[in-house]
Design a protein around this ligand. Structure first.
Ligand code: PEP
Ligand code: MN
Length: 342
């Protein structure tokens, strides 16, 4: 169990919570992160109702954790981590970074046109799926090896870095060799053998939260990568299912983002495209994410979304991408960040 204290909590309130924990016979470890103190309850408080501590003065949130976590925690007074992705691109801290590109790499023309456009706007992180985890076996499955080659070619032509999803051991090894950042998608967030392999990589990992994953599940998955020795992890919140009935739209868990950033110094970006699934909602959701204080966005953008082989309805046109960037310049300031254009 983790008790997150409000940023405004007094030292006396922190001590009172620690004493309450001890009175139940549990051990305590405390760190005072930049977003407020974090109190780790040691022992096995699984049977205790969260509200026992949740109702104490100064407590912001109580998070249940199922297993032992070690490395994910923000250390004493540790500032937000800045994760180097390659070629001088750094995510976290005061910068607000944009990851952008098509859902799938479809052709040389398509990915080159996208890279040319994005780089001309100062965006340096090119995303594009080569190995696609599609919901239907009859949908376009990606250009696979060729798609990866085309993504790398387009990025190197425009001085960009690449992010692309690994779906199995084969694609992971190939992507780790050729791309700059390995993406683990929502469907594989709990593929622990893949996560263990990510832990051994000398490449940063963009870990997307599964759409049914609790905060606890997400933290365990991050810990798997950290435990292997790879500390370069960026988390991506892409929405969780549940409140939209049987629709496949998801809700961005903003409270989960701030709880995660309270517990851990690692950066969290938001993917509004896969959460809302419709172009008209990408900009509003991006605005909310930027104002809320996340560390960046991952946006699907396509030169001609109506002909896209995957996720066209949620992909921004270049024109809409320009509008989004214009808005983000101002909105990011609301959370004390700066839109990072290179
Ligand atoms: C993607 O980013 O291409 C993707 C498939 O997203 P998710 O894993 O979040 O569904
Ligand atoms: Mn997509």
């Amino acid at each position: 169990m983790i008790i997150l204290m409000k940023k405004t909590a007094s030292q006396n309130q922190v001590i009172a919570v620690i004493n309450a924990v001890k009175s139940f016979g549990f051990g305590v470890e405390q760190s005072s992160g930049t977003n407020g103190a974090v109190i780790l309850v040691q022992g096995n408080p699984g049977h205790l109702d969260k509200s026992v501590f949740g109702r104490l003065n100064g407590v912001a949130e109580v998070v249940q954790v199922s297993g032992k976590l070690n490395r994910i925690y923000r250390k004493e007074k540790e500032p937000d981590s800045q994760i180097e992705l390659g070629k001088g691109v750094v995510v976290g801290g005061a910068d607000f970074n944009i990851f952008a590109g098509p859902c799938s790499v479809e052709s040389r023309e398509q990915i080159i046109a996208t890279a040319a456009f994005l780089s001309s706007r100062g965006i340096r992180i090119l995303r594009g799926g080569a190995f696609k985890p599609r919901t239907s076996p009859y949908s376009f499955q990606g250009l696979e090896d060729e798609g990866l080659e085309l993504l790398v070619e387009a990025a190197s032509q425009y001085g960009m870095i690449t992010v692309t999803e690994a779906v199995d051991e084969y694609s992971l090894d190939l992507i780790a060799e050729k791309a700059d950042v390995v993406q683990i998608g929502a469907r594989n967030m709990q593929n622990f053998s893949l996560l263990k392999r990510c832990g051994k990589l000398n490449k940063p990992v963009l870990l997307k939260r599964g759409f049914n994953a609790t905060l606890d599940d997400l933290m365990v998955s991050v810990e798997y990568i950290l435990a292997g020795g790879n500390s370069r992890v960026v988390v991506c919140e892409r929405g969780i299912r549940g409140i939209f009935g049987n629709s496949y739209k998801s809700a961005v868990d903003f409270m989960g983002i701030s709880d995660f950033k309270h517990i851990s110094a690692l950066p969290v970006i938001v993917d509004p495209s896969h959460a809302c699934r419709s172009r008209s909602r990408v900009i509003p959701l991006s605005r909310a994410s930027a104002a809320y204080g996340c560390d960046g966005l991952m946006i699907e953008v396509h030169p001609d979304p109506d002909t896209a082989l995957s996720d066209g309805p949620q992909s921004l046109t270049f024109e809409l991408m320009d509008q989004l960037l214009l808005e983000l310049k101002q909105i990011t300031e609301l959370s004390g960040k700066k839109l990072k254009l290179y």
